[in-house]
Design a protein around this ligand. Structure first.
Ligand SMILES: Cc1cc2nc3c(=O)[nH]c(=O)nc-3n(C[C@H](O)[C@H](O)[C@H](O)COP(=O)(O)OP(=O)(O)OC[C@H]3O[C@@H](n4cnc5c(N)ncnc54)[C@H](O)[C@@H]3O)c2cc1C
Length: 493
């Protein structure tokens, strides 16, 4: 179908950052842009557009579903969901939208300080708004009231209005309450309005297996439907797992490790796949006295932030409040399932542990090995954060008006109280908030202009460029990276 396809820019991955780049680069009618996306379109697909259906996409045909390697100090059963659809994970996720904190960029280096990156938030096109009144479930409202009273934190009306030290409230979510709570994703906001641009080509359900590098320059990519060439640049937006995976399959990575797999090294870049970051969380579950009122955006609409370390202005413990019993990991440990329940998920905003990923073989179809190194940090910070979180969650649950909704704590259960037991349970029941990042970090794999160090004509723009994890849910940071990447590629900054 495209044996001689040539475009100015070839974007690998029509996901969160890729959609931003596609829209921004094709604003110039004289520039041709191709987006190669492994998944189908989201257009008219109610499974994707109905935000509350997100949970049913986990493990579905629209999910690449990556396992982790054994986690001796954590949960080895975690599956990392990664979306296979236009819009990428923004077509699959819960669309909780946080402006990152200025200090989150302190270690990102020149060109990525807050004064430079912060203003890109104003360009983000998604419809980001605090949860609408109609969607505020009575139990979530009571969670907010109880947390405020039990912990003496402030109630936050809009988490994106200004940086906050702690607080409880309803999240800001990218959605359309006026249109049946449809998603506002990178695809709906950046691609759908531009589908009629003649200079923007979407190559859907097309898989890129290799980057073509000739004389030190990326000239195009090999797909399952032919070669696609780039006159100007190849832009990697395949996400924090598939971007480094593709680079390694193309011979860009740790040369000795690649040679050992029979992949001819093209450029020795040992940082590719290192620095694998995530936001781990655990879960405490209660059965409720009965069914809950049905209204909600996506069943996890409110949350809580705590600041334990007063030397840093940012919070260091976060909770999502789920108005469903999220028991995937507790059932496996033998805890009961319940028909009606809620949970709180203590989450580590800036974990001390991190890991790495690598290829298991030269076969492009084989999933890579992901080792997040959960809870391997020698200072014990990450597990202590969970332990603190369980105690704080119980304080909130003890406080009226939330208390009257709750029948009993089912996991880990009131008998589990010591640091050791809470840590053991918390690590075994741990889950991911699905935020892998960092595997092609600025400073080690890409330079401050997001150019792959040592290869011409190749840039990365997605969650893999994070040198460190932002305190908050990362999608908005990824969108800001997409916006900044467009400016860097256009040469306007
Ligand atoms: C279930 C879930 C819930 C989440 N909830 C939130 C949340 O509420 N708030 C938040 O801030 N963050 C959330 N996240 C995280 C957030 O969505 C991601 O960090 C972010 O969207 C990643 O963007 P990206 O551009 O790096 O990659 P992606 O959006 O994953 O885009 C990568 C794209 O590349 C395509 N692709 C990959 N490899 C190839 C290839 N070889 N050839 C062709 N195409 C390819 C994929 O199909 C995909 O479309 C969640 C994630 C998940 C999975």
């Amino acid at each position: 179908m495209m044996s001689e396809a040539v475009y100015d820019y070839v974007i690998v991955g029509g996901g969160t950052a890729g959609s931003v780049l596609a829209a921004r680069l094709s604003e110039d009618p004289d520039v041709s842009v191709a987006v190669i996306e492994g998944g189908p379109s989201d257009l008219g697909d109610e499974r994707v557009l109905d935000l509350r259906n997100w949970i049913n996409l986990l493990g579905s045909e629209l999910d690449y579903d990556y396992p982790t390697v054994e986690q001796p100090r954590g949960n080895s059963h975690i599956r990392h969901s990664r979306a296979r659809v236009l819009g990428g994970c923004s077509s699959h996720n819960t669309l909780i939208s946080f402006v990152p904190f200025p200090q989150d960029f302190d270690e990102w280096g020149a060109g990525w300080d807050w004064d430079t990156i912060g203003p890109y938030y104003d360009r983000v096109q998604l419809n980001i708004i605090p949860v609408a009144e109609k969607d505020r479930n009575p139990i979530a409202l009571d969670f907010v009231t109880s947390a405020k009273q039990a912990l003496d934190v402030s109630e936050v009306d809009d988490f994106n209005a200004k940086p906050f030290e702690d607080g409880v409230g309803f999240f800001s979510i990218a959605y359309h309450p006026e249109n049946d709570n449809r998603r506002s994703s990178a695809s709906t906001a950046y691609i759908h309005p531009n589908l009629d641009r003649p200079n923007l080509t979407l190559l859907l359900e097309t898989w890129v297996s290799r980057i073509v590098v000739s004389n030190g320059r990326a000239t195009g990519v090999v797909t399952d439907k032919g070669v696609v060439s780039a006159r100007k640049e190849v832009l990697l937006c395949a996400g924090a797992i598939d971007t480094p995976r593709l680079m390694m399959l193309s011979g860009i990575g740790n040369a000795s490790e690649l040679s050992a797999l029979g992949i001819a090294p093209v450029h020795d870049l040992p940082g590719v796949g290192e620095n694998l970051l995530d936001h781990p969380e655990s879960v405490i579950v209660w059965e409720t006295n009965g069914p809950l009122p049905p209204n909600s955006v996506m069943d996890s609409d409110a949350g809580l932030f705590i600041r334990r370390d007063e030397s840093d202005p940012r919070p260091d413990l976060m909770f999502h409040f789920y108005q469903i019993p999220f028991t995937t990991n507790t059932e496996r440990l033998g805890y009961p399932t319940v028909e009606h329940g809620v949970c709180m998920t203590p989450n580590i905003p800036r974990p001390h542990s991190k890991g790495r990923m690598w290829l298991r073989s030269s076969d492009p179809a084989e999933k890579p090995a992901l080792d997040f190194g959960y809870f391997t940090n020698p200072d014990g910070y990450d597990e202590q954060t969970l332990v603190d979180g369980f105690r704080i969650a119980r304080q909130v649950a003890e406080q009226e008006p939330l208390r009257s909704w709750l029948k009993r704590e089912i996991a880990p259960g009131p008998a589990v109280t010591t640091d050791e037991d809470l840590s053991e349970y918390g690590r075994r029941a741990a889950h991911t908030v699905y935020h892998p990042a960092g595997t092609c970090a600025i400073g080690s794999v890409v330079d401050s202009d997001l150019k792959v160090i040592g290869v011409e004509g190749l840039r990365v723009a997605d969650a893999s460029v994070f040198p460190t994890m932002p305190t908050v849910n990362p999608m908005v940071t990824v969108l800001m990276i997409g916006e900044r990447a467009a400016d860097l590629i256009k040469g306007v900054v």
